[in-house]
Design a protein around this ligand. Structure first.
Ligand SMILES: N[C@@H](CCC[C@H](N)C(=O)O)C(=O)O
Length: 269
């Protein structure tokens, strides 16, 4: 079966989008997703995004990391699919229903309400999630936030010098995080600006992580370090994150279509 795909990205965090809202596809599996995502032998991307019909929202978005694991949320892909859909829509994800609105070559996304309970992150055992009593070498006392998916956020003096390629996988796989975790290292530059690098669970270092930006902004707001609306600068560009009094997070930023193509399903199955 020949399957069309759309290559998209949000701030350089790139996706292979398969639109199965009309015609269905054979069953997606972790090994097919990993094979498609492979940059040497597949199409290559950080996440494979599968759009399907939904019974509760305008459509459903399924997210597979480049290691093949299916996960709950992806901020940058939410903006990309908003652009593809071309109109305001509710989107069912495994992390909850979000609302997307295309705007100025990108989109605004209502990412829902963050959760802070240790069992909601989830952590392996009870502890304060605002200032966690844990450390991995220079990375100390992070904040844990679940924004549909699990994040841990370290505030450091200079995020550029952190060995995230070495410490990221160690923290991601620490038994403290039974579902693994996305690892954010952030420097607060002013009350309206944060600089961020992210080691993504199941994908490694990426140019940008939308949910990481949301988790980091909310963590900094909870600590009183920044205002309720901030710019988060990532290696691939900048997102605006606002946390409203009603508890909901809005993420705004660019997204783009790179090219369209097709592949033979059996070559990856
Ligand atoms: N790139 C994404 C996050 C993708 C999922 C993440 N790696 C996880 O495993 O939770 C984003 O922009 O949020």
């Amino acid at each position: 079966m020949r399957v069309p795909f759309i290559k998209m990205h949000g701030l350089g965090n790139d996706f292979v989008v398969l639109d199965a809202r009309g015609e269905g596809l054979p069953t997606m599996t972790p090994s097919i997703a990993a094979a498609l995502a492979d940059r040497r032998t597949g199409i290559g991307c950080d996440q494979v995004i599968l759009l399907e019909p939904s019974e509760t929202a305008d459509f459903r978005m399924r997210i597979f990391n480049s290691d093949g694991g299916e996960v709950e949320a992806c901020g940058n892909a939410s903006r990309a699919v908003a652009l593809l859909h071309g109109a305001e829509a509710s989107v069912e994800t495994a992390g909850g229903t979000i609302r997307v609105q295309p705007a100025n070559g990108g989109a605004s996304v209502d990412m829902g309400v963050p959760r802070f309970g240790w069992e909601e992150i989830p952590l392996a055992y009870a502890m304060d999630t605002l200032t966690m009593p844990v450390a991995w070498e220079p990375l100390k006392n992070p904040t844990a936030v679940n924004v549909g998916n699990p994040h841990v956020v370290f505030f450091v003096e200079n995020s550029d010098v952190v060995q995230l390629d070495r410490l990221g996988p160690e923290i991601e796989h620490d038994p403290l995080f039974p579902e693994r975790v996305n690892v954010n290292v952030a420097t607060v530059e002013s009350r309206r600006r944060i600089c961020l690098r992210v080691w993504e669970r199941g994908a490694g270092l990426t140019r940008a992580c939308g949910t990481g930006a949301c988790a980091t902004a909310v963590a900094a707001m909870r600590r009183g370090l920044v205002e309720r609306e901030v710019e988060v600068r990532l290696p691939g560009g900048t997102l605006t994150i606002a946390w409203a009094e009603d508890g909901r997070i809005t993420m705004t930023g660019p997204a783009a279509e790179a090219y369209r193509g097709s592949f033979e399903w059996d070559d990856f199955a």
